[in-house]
Design a protein around this ligand. Sequence first.
Ligand code: CA
Ligand code: CA
Length: 102
Amino acid sequence: MDYDKIRGAAMAYYANLSDEEQLHAWKFFKSLDTDGNGTVSRKEYLSFLEKEGYADTQTAFRMLDRNGDSGLDFEECTSLFYIIRVHQGAVSCKNGSTQEKY
Ligand SMILES: [Ca+2]
Ligand SMILES: [Ca+2]
């Protein structure tokens, strides 16, 4: 997966969301950050995936953790939000984007 492309798309996607949807993205981030320290650790990330029934993946975490500090900040989580929303959790590919929303 071309993460730079995903990230660019995620940023554009987020920028075009309504206030309500942006709030939803924020809540999504807060729901991942279960201890409320402002970053989503790998453990928090994995327990979220487990809870939501997504397979995998440490690979995706490494991909999402762009600055390599072993935690996902809000911006990094936006990419995850985008992937889940737009690609229906298709961290494992599939037909790509037939309906791009940006
Ligand atoms: Ca945390
Ligand atoms: Ca990070």
